[in-house]
Design a protein around this ligand. Sequence first.
Ligand code: SF4
Length: 425
Amino acid sequence: MAGPMLLKESGPREVFCGLTSIVWLHRRMPDAFFLVVGSRTCAHLIQSAAGVMIFAEPRFGTAILSERDLAGLADAHDELDRVCRELLQRRPEIRTLFLVGSCPSEVIKLDLARAAERLNEELTGRVRVVNYSGSGIETTFTQGEDGALAALVPLLPASDERQLLLVGTLADAVEDRQMHLFQRMGIETIRSLPPRQSTDLPAVGAGTTVLLTQPFLTETARLLSDRGATVLTAPFPLGAEGSRRWMEAAATAFHLPDERVAAVLDPLMERAQSALARHRAVLEGKRIFLLPESQLELPLARFLQRECGMELVEVGTPYLNREQMAAELALLPDDVPVMEGQHVEQQLDRVRASQPDLVVCGMGLANPLEAEGIATKWSIELVFSPIHGIDQAGDLAELFSRPLRRRQLIRPGLHPSSPDATVHA
Ligand code: SF4
């Protein structure tokens, strides 16, 4: 059967680690605290990724493993207990404490599950302690959210109530909008994981239909399915087409009449088409290379090819869950290379050889490629931007058309990194 060409490679990687997801998770659940158990490097990463909060008490921090801890000379468990007790005394508003593992804590085999168990016994009723790994060993940055949500699944109460559960962090306004649309279509009970308060956990059971908002929540989806929920397989809500199909998957599961669904979605599709037209004019026929990092690459590639007319040179993805991504793979053109994994040197060679118009990549690769005259888009920006849903299709396309417009505006022959070349497009 024809379809995209599924390939694999492994080797040196150039991606952010799972600690990065704390940046959006701590904003989502203001009553939670994320304590990274790691080194000074981990502390620097999380502070520079999230910005240092000067006026507000931050809701994340690092319990630094000292050289004595790393050498096994001190009892890191005692030290961790002390840090947690002090933190909770100082911050009585914390309701859920996430102990987040890192490369150093994994290397010294610090058992954070045991630490969480011990602290839960001590703090019963006051605060809940859960643990997950944000380590960069063989993981990529969006897996941090998968780990955090998977850690919450065992805590969800059981209920067989009929409900739609949206799983994955969306910007609050975007999530409100999707819920409103589902309600207009006829779904009465809609909940979300993660919730907006860490203690307001949704129930789960045989009546729960799960719709993933993000493609990187494989482990969470598996655990929800073990709890009796039905996890839908659908394209992800990026772009007008993907978002519509995503909503229609829920509509089918809830046996909603087609006319009612169309009455809600058709006008939105019309608006999205006109919002897209302006960007399609820039993107059509342009060649794009997506390097693996965010795990959003497949839905983005599908959107850029089908709705913006771009040509896909190669679509990289850190991991490929063929079952969960089946609907996305089915919408990609025949023979387009989908490369799972990363060998950064070989990928850069292929980028240079193919000279695409735009490369989606991590921040570490963007500057060198820009210096070589290749336009780039940071993949991490796509995780931080409100890009989900039919209404956002135009904004999503703009994230890709902007760097190309900027290039067009820069005078030919002028190096883009030159101060004279700065154009605010
Ligand atoms: S978890 Fe690992 S990759 Fe991430 S900042 Fe810490 S040491 Fe670096």
